[in-house]
Design a protein around this ligand. Sequence first.
Ligand code: DC
Length: 228
Amino acid sequence: MLARQLNIAIDGPAGAGKSSVARAVAEALGLVYLDTGAMYRAITWKAQQQNLSLQDPEILGRLAETTEFTWSDDELKRRLLMDGSPIPAAIRSPAVTRCVSLVASQETVRRALRQKQQQLARSARGIIMDGRDIGTAVMPEADLKIFLTASLEERARRRMHDLGQDVSQLPQLMREMAARDHQDSTREHSPLSIAPDATVIDTTGLSLSQVVELVIRHAEQICLSRGE
Ligand code: DC
């Protein structure tokens, strides 16, 4: 199915499976995928590299405003570039993960990145974006809004597998994840919340392919209702 100019928003807490689902749906439907968490991580990483204060809204806002995010030229699989280069793997490091919620809570950073995300969406002709505020703030007019969730334990277990850690790390991962959930859902500016018109999918006990199937089915219904 070719989902012409379909815009899909996927929101939810850490470890709910948003990026795996979004990537697979993007491939199946021929959409561009934008991982907005990677942009918050990239700004956090850059601030740390430059030894900037992570508490200063003005400095961080200026950093976010002056950082350039563009698509790679690769028509088939567009990738996000930062200042013309691939985004470094270090954005997934524990040092960045620990601080990214703090940086993402600054309104100055959110305003700058939101505008950039909207611009990237406009130039993509059909996009699936994942994050925390996509359906509520970045693409409130999205054709399809999905809110993915799962129990805290399941989300921490998935993270444990991703990081190649053993079960002894689970309680610590659950504590860190609960703290990040709390910070992301209680911050003042565009907190993690469910858009009133979002479809909620609890992925606890579901496989990746089951969730992908569900999202594709919702997207197909929208295309059918538009007569495509
Ligand atoms: O999805 P992730 O774990 O890579 O996101 C990193 C952080 O960025 C997370 O703490 C929440 C924040 N974030 C946000 O506030 N808004 C978004 N649209 C995406 C991520």
